[in-house]
Design a protein around this ligand. Structure first.
Ligand code: GDP
Length: 296
């Protein structure tokens, strides 16, 4: 995760730290390298521009350059700006409601939605001791409902019994009733995805959201698609009130452009990161920790 960016920035900062005194032009030269490193990591251009301008402005301040350890101070400024870019605070899920708390997972086909639904259900059931029910509303892909049922058995989380031929909104209603009657704390709805953002997908998602009234609408996107992931998030966000983003395949993402641009471009917090195919490959997204990881 973030290896390429981390290596590039590490080189720039080692050079900065290695010098006793820093001039304004030293800082500007370092920031030019930071800019290139962020662009190579596939961070959105306006986000890179804002970041570099802000850091440069703070770093060329007289107090920083005159301090005993100017290199270290500049690195600290970059760290803090990275944390802010990633969203500052870790975002919690809205679980503190009259049960069942309803979470809807949306996204394109292949983004990792079904896997993530099961991973998150496992986490809520094991760490938060919640009684979780999962339901697949994906009637487009014949095996999707069975896939979730199989994962449910694996992570020991209940799934709604499959009734063939029911449309998504009906499944959502049935899931809601079952969750209420059977005293579940959390209901997770895994919605259908499509290959591209299209109106049919959006209409179905909105119809389900109208019925289920979820506390959380979480968009699952593949971090490996870089700026496309950010564009997908913008399209979804324009149609439904997303409460957060889950970035999958972060385990294979050496660049990190989606993670770094998501918050600034979409204003939506990244709540979790998928870090592997296994059912425990899901981490809460902590901007502080992620910035620490990037800066080594
Ligand atoms: P869906 O079509 O959006 O429901 O996607 P799936 O949940 O079926 O996932 C598609 C593939 O991506 C599967 O092979 C998953 O194992 C894999 N996958 C999902 N999340 C991750 C992740 O965080 N890391 C890795 N390496 N693979 C993942």
């Amino acid at each position: 995760m973030f290896e390429t960016l981390s290596d590039r920035l590490g080189g720039v900062f080692d050079r900065l730290r290695g010098r006793g005194a820093l001039s304004e032009s030293d800082v500007r030269a370092a920031m030019r390298e930071v800019r290139i490193a962020l662009l190579e990591a596939d961070v959105a251009l306006p986000v890179v521009r804002d970041f570099v301008d802000k850091v440069t402005e703070q770093a060329v301040g007289a107090q920083v350059l005159r301090s005993v350890t100017p290199g270290q101070q500049v690195v600290k400024i970059v760290h803090d700006a990275l944390v802010e870019m990633l969203g500052a605070e870790a975002s919690e899920l809205a679980l503190d409601v009259t049960p069942p708390a309803i979470m809807m997972l949306v996204g394109l086909q292949g983004s990792g939605k079904t896997t993530t639904t099961a991973k998150l259900a496992k986490r809520l059931s094991e760490r938060d001791r919640k009684k979780v029910l999962m339901a697949s509303l994906d009637v487009n892909r014949p095996a999707a409902q069975q896939q979730l049922a199989t994962l449910g058995e694996q992570v020991k989380v209940a799934t709604l019994p499959i009734v063939q031929g029911q449309p998504p909104v009906e499944i959502a209603r049935r899931a809601l009733n079952a969750a209420k009657l059977q005293g579940f704390d959390v209901l997770m709805l895994d919605t259908a995805g499509r290959l591209h953002v299209d109106q049919a997908l959006m209409d179905e998602m909105k119809a389900v959201a109208d019925v289920a009234k979820p506390q959380e609408i979480l968009l699952v996107v593949d971090s490996l698609t870089g700026q496309d992931a950010v564009n997908v998030a913008q399209s979804f966000s324009a149609q439904v009130p997303l409460t957060g983003v889950i970035l999958t395949r972060m385990d294979g993402d050496a660049r990190g452009g989606a993670a770094l641009s998501m918050r600034a471009v979409t204003q939506k917090p990244i709540k979790f990161a998928g870090t592997g195919e296994k059912m425990d490959g899901l981490e809460a997204f902590h901007p502080q920790r992620v910035a620490g990881r990037i800066l080594g």
